[in-house]
Design a protein around this ligand. Structure first.
Ligand SMILES: Nc1ncnc2c1ncn2[C@@H]1O[C@H](COP(=O)(O)OP(=O)(O)O)[C@@H](O)[C@H]1O
Ligand SMILES: [Mg+2]
Length: 300
């Protein structure tokens, strides 16, 4: 049985008759309990309304509504505090993501630029060395040079994967097209990217969306057994949308979310979007493919 409305009615009645700090404290305690029971704000407004109507029918007083409002505000302050704490945690997470991105960008740049310069210097030295050597030794050096080139290529790939310069220089759509090309080549799976993202999104949204798409494609490669993937992007007034669809084996998102196994990929996507005030909806049915529907609010 729902005991809260009755308890609230008694506590409010006491407050209306006698006032006093101790019944306000009781309101606060009731509020904390309601919050821990998972009640929502609208639910609490309903309880207040119901109790107030009962009290007003039993005997009207001019300032009853005002006083009951004060009592209700006290009841709601745990909700207010939780709401603020949530907002602050969100801000912190967003700042953390931003600093992680800028650190990743720094590492990617120095990997690309500094290692690139060092390796170029090694090439020059090797060529100078080669001049005084026998033909046999020279051909050994050619071998070394080709290995070095492979190292360079891998470092370049690695730095692009960490933080693609095309994302910073040209924006989300070209960055996703490049990502899709690489993915298609690597997994032999066609990925089409279409849509329009002009004007450009903020750096924070671009970075978050790129990471979300990266994880979505990783999931397709690991789990979907799909034969094609489509990524669609578009802007609407005040909103940015992205749909990522594959025609693979699909899954049950509810069962996965409830499952005991840690599934950090989908959770990470959601968290990245949540801090931007955005949402991720997963539409998937076993054997019928998967669609991720992403919406992020943007400033007009
Ligand atoms: N595109 C997809 N197609 C089929 N199954 C998927 C897809 N994306 C996610 N899944 C399922 O959801 C689970 C959770 O995904 P995720 O959170 O990224 O964790 P992980 O990839 O580490 O398993 C996967 O293990 C898989 O069963
Ligand atoms: Mg994953």
């Amino acid at each position: 049985m729902d005991r809260l409305p009755g308890e609230y009615e008694r506590a409010l009645g006491t407050y209306l008759q006698q006032g006093g700090e101790s019944s306000l404290k009781q309101a606060y305690e009731l509020g904390r309990r309601a919050l821990s029971e998972g009640r929502g704000i609208l639910d609490m407004i309903g309880v207040h309304q119901q109790v107030l109507e009962k009290i007003l029918i039993n005997g009207q007083k001019a300032d009853t509504v005002h006083q009951a409002g004060e009592f209700f505000a006290e009841l709601m302050s745990p909700f207010e505090m939780t709401h603020r704490a949530f907002g602050e945690a969100n801000d912190t997470l967003r700042r953390l993501n931003e600093s992680l991105e800028s650190e990743t960008r720094r590492i990617a740049r120095s990997l690309h630029d500094e290692s690139g310069q060092l390796l170029a210097a090694v090439h020059i030295q090797l060529r100078q060395m080669a001049r005084g050597l026998s033909t046999a030794a020279q051909s050994n050096l050619v071998e070394v040079e080709s290995l070095l080139e492979q190292v360079e290529q891998q470092l370049r790939n690695f730095s692009h994967e960490l933080r693609p310069t095309v994302l910073d220089d040209y924006g989300l759509l070209p960055a996703l097209q490049t990502l899709a090309e690489k993915f298609s080549k690597r997994f032999g799976l066609p990925v089409s990217v279409d849509g329009k993202v002009a004007p450009r999104l903020s750096k924070t949204i671009e970075a978050a969306m790129y990471r979300v798409a990266q994880e979505a494609l990783n999931n397709v490669a690991r789990h979907a057994k799909a034969s094609r993937v489509n990524i669609r992007l578009w802007r609407a007034p005040g909103e940015f949308h992205c749909c990522i669809r594959d025609d693979g084996v699909g899954f049950d998102p509810v069962a996965v979310a409830k499952g005991s196994r840690n599934t950090l990929g989908l959770l990470g996507m959601r968290e990245r979007l949540n801090v931007l005030g955005g949402t991720l909806r997963i539409e998937s049915t076993p054997q019928q493919g998967t669609e991720l529907k992403i919406l992020v609010p943007v400033e007009a």
